[in-house]
Design a protein around this ligand. Sequence first.
Ligand code: NAG
Ligand code: NAG
Length: 428
Amino acid sequence: MLAFLVLHLLASSVVLASQRAGAEDDLRETAQHRFNEDLNRAGDLDDEEYHSRFGPQVDLPFSGPLSFAHLPYSRCLDDLHSVTTPFDIAILGMPFDTAVTYRPGARFGPYGIRSGSRRLWDKRAYSLAWESTPYTNATKVIDCGDVPVTPFDNKAAVAQMEAAYSTLLARPVPENTCSHEVPSMGRSCSTRSLALDKKPHPRILTLGGDHAIVLPILRSLHKVYGPITVIHFDSHLDTWPVEGYFGLDDMSTLTHGTFFWTAARENLLKNGTCVHAGIRCKLQGIQDISNDEDVGFAIISTDDIDDIGPMGIVQLIRDRVGHGPIYLSLDIDVIDPSLAPATGTPEPAGWTPRELHRIIRGLAGLNFVGVDIVEVAPAYDSNAETTSIIAAHIVHELLSMLVADGPPKGFRSRLLAPKAVLPHKGEL
Ligand SMILES: *[C@@H]1O[C@H](CO)[C@@H](O)[C@H](O)[C@H]1NC(C)=O
Ligand SMILES: *[C@@H]1O[C@H](CO)[C@@H](O)[C@H](O)[C@H]1NC(C)=O
């Protein structure tokens, strides 16, 4: 009897189990059916409430993750060989500020400049002055994020910055960059004729950081291109010898006022073609100028602009730099501190952003292999973020300069007579 009962129970549980299994199969089929329906619907986003009512999830000027001008953001150092996002021009932050002589804080420069760029984006970046936008597919510009730079050990930080720069410089340019029959000056493809290995290399627009970041950058560039001509926008010379500078005697010391001297000692610079523009700092004496010439530079002072105008400054620079590889380094303190106060060592009586923009435009078409903007220290900014916004728009001009074949003709009001008194901007 007991055996019968056990058998009966077993049998009923088998029946129950098989009934349950059948129900589960039904459920699974239903779920699969629904899943397939969802899949079919996925192509038709209008079925979702947000999308059907408001369209795609766009970033507004004041929303979204922070990349320069809402450009695609990639951790390029982790994107080995640029498999995911190849680029012609990389925006790269170097948040380093442990080589300053006065105010620290430029480690927040990359953050500040990206924040100042939020009203720039590819759909609204056409400028009248250039009659174009730099964010087109012809030249692939992306934001590569920041190099992780240690704030505790300058030698280690320099090694990190040089390794990062060299890594990105060695990346292949996108396939279509060099596919055009006549490579345009504005494309990274044009770096092929300048590089020692005769291969095209991408170009990097670095967001500093204090000015000392330029030493590891020049070391990287020298390995690819040989001696570099520097166009240096700054109120300071930055060519002072390390010896004696603030009592220093260790030649390997890095400071933001001596890195060009060190670079010249290492034969990274082309002697006699480098040029400063916007100089107005106080000196130890006139001997600083002969030292500067020894390092390989000539000076265009801030005040020269009153005599020859922005186009005159452009002409002096173009006449000086020659046809070798050129690096442009721009310290935000070239701008007057009443406009751009957030910087490490402010010097009054500087240029306006408008004057600087016009000079940058006049330099398009030169053989640029890299550019930077440094010394933006947002902690000292006005609460209207003027320095960060000015710096971001300088970056926009620098990008436009890099992708253009020559100085823009520029939009002219049709109210101006065809032969206005001023020379045409494009006629240099
Ligand atoms: C860039 O490419 C995308 C995808 O191919 C296209 O939708 C977009 O219009 C292009 N933009 C420009 C400025 O050429
Ligand atoms: C650059 O050239 C000048 C003039 O020939 C020379 O005096 C100076 O030592 C040179 N500087 C370097 C760094 O080679």
